[in-house]
Design a protein around this ligand. Sequence first.
Ligand code: KG4
Ligand code: ZN
Length: 340
Amino acid sequence: MTLKKTYILGIESSCDDTAAAVIHNGVVLSNVVATQSVHEEYGGVVPELASRAHQQNIVPVVQLAIHKANIDKKQLNAIAFTIGPGLMGSLLVGTSFSKSLAMGLDIPLIDVNHMQAHILAHFIKTEDHSTPSFPFLALTISGGHTQIVKVNDYFAMEVIGQTLDDAVGEAFDKSAKILGFPYPGGPLIDKYAQKGNPEAYKFPKPKVGPLDFSFSGLKTSILYFVEKQLKINPDFISENLEDICASLQFTIVDYLMDKLKNAVEQTGINEVAIGGGVSANTGIRSALKFAEEIYGWKTHIPKIEYCTDNAAMIAIVGELKYKHKLFAEYNVVAKARMKF
Ligand code: KG4
Ligand code: ZN
């Protein structure tokens, strides 16, 4: 089936970003994200507030995405939406809206797995980004997930390693909270880390299986370390913020890279892609570039706007599924938990 004049609308609402995008033959025509600032003061996403904000945002965000794509909604061929995993209340808003719009326009509805979308975002066509070839390894690192996935084909993915407790994004955000940053603190740790000494402090790297991860211990060791230092010097955090952030980020990135090296060794696959919010981190981005030079890996690093939650990644999966007529029923239900 050819993709002649195919316009797919993608809708993402799994966590705290309401997003809509239109894609046309692999090229993103619009990509709108409304990020919810309401959670900043709470140190994490408040599910009830998130679903209410999605309800407020979804109509204007979708309208803007269609407007920016310079098309009429009647030109849409299908609606792709995030069915899960994510916060149930948030998912319900996107799911219900997508169903109604698809029914109203009498076009197919396409359900998309959010974590698959973080990986398949690499198939969005951009001038400066090469698409991966199968099989490749994907490290999905976000606020809810940390996984190493063997990607055999678009929809044939195998999780070969994952976190046993917290996700890496949570490790960033919870550590950031200890340091006094608002939510989400990951990008702020990254910002301060760039000016600090990564070897100033040593934090332990938890020992689990070669492809698995554990982050809950790291958060605790940071808490104890900071509490101990504050007893000696009440200004310890403000006086050493850059070095603390740099050391913390170095430990996390080094740990992620150790696991990737194990995965490359075990599978014999040296083509590696990263995806999910934490792939915006400058430390992991440069570690991957370095691995390209040192180990000869072929690496794929997404453009920043396709790292954190967005609907362009939902739309590209929609387009891939549309080609194979992989449509959902109109009575499909959102799923808080999902496997690949
Ligand atoms: O993929 P995402 O937008 O949402 C989820 O599906 O979870 O990821 C959000 C996570 C948050 O934990 C945020 O702190 C983290 O990605 N993050 C970063 C950076 N940018 C976003 N963590 C470290 N460094 C960054 N530059
Ligand atoms: Zn995500």
